[in-house]
Design a protein around this ligand. Structure first.
Ligand SMILES: [Zn+2]
Length: 89
């Protein structure tokens, strides 16, 4: 029997990699749906995603509110955190 066929190491690596890909796929899954993107905001400085405060509770996607916390962008397209950073300059 060839010990080179033991899959222990590579299997562990695959599990880790698959988890990371799931995170990306989840975000893309939301961003690919116009029913969601309609309500999604993105800060032009830190590129964080958020949702509009008036987003209806009827978004047909699980965990939408968890993934996209309410965000308020100013006229420069900056989130609250970046607004503070900019204002302190
Ligand atoms: Zn920001």
């Amino acid at each position: 029997m060839n010990p080179g066929f033991l899959p222990a190491g590579p299997v562990l690596n695959n599990v880790k990699r698959r988890k990371m890909r799931d995170v990306t796929r989840t975000l893309e899954w939301f961003l690919a749906d116009p029913r969601c993107t309609k309500w999604i905001l993105q800060c032009s400085a830190c590129l964080q995603y958020g949702r509009k405060e008036e987003t209806p509770a009827s978004i047909p996607k699980a965990r939408f509110e968890e993934m996209f916390p309410v965000m308020h962008l100013d006229e420069r397209g900056l989130c609250e955190v970046c607004q503070q950073v900019e204002d302190e300059k």
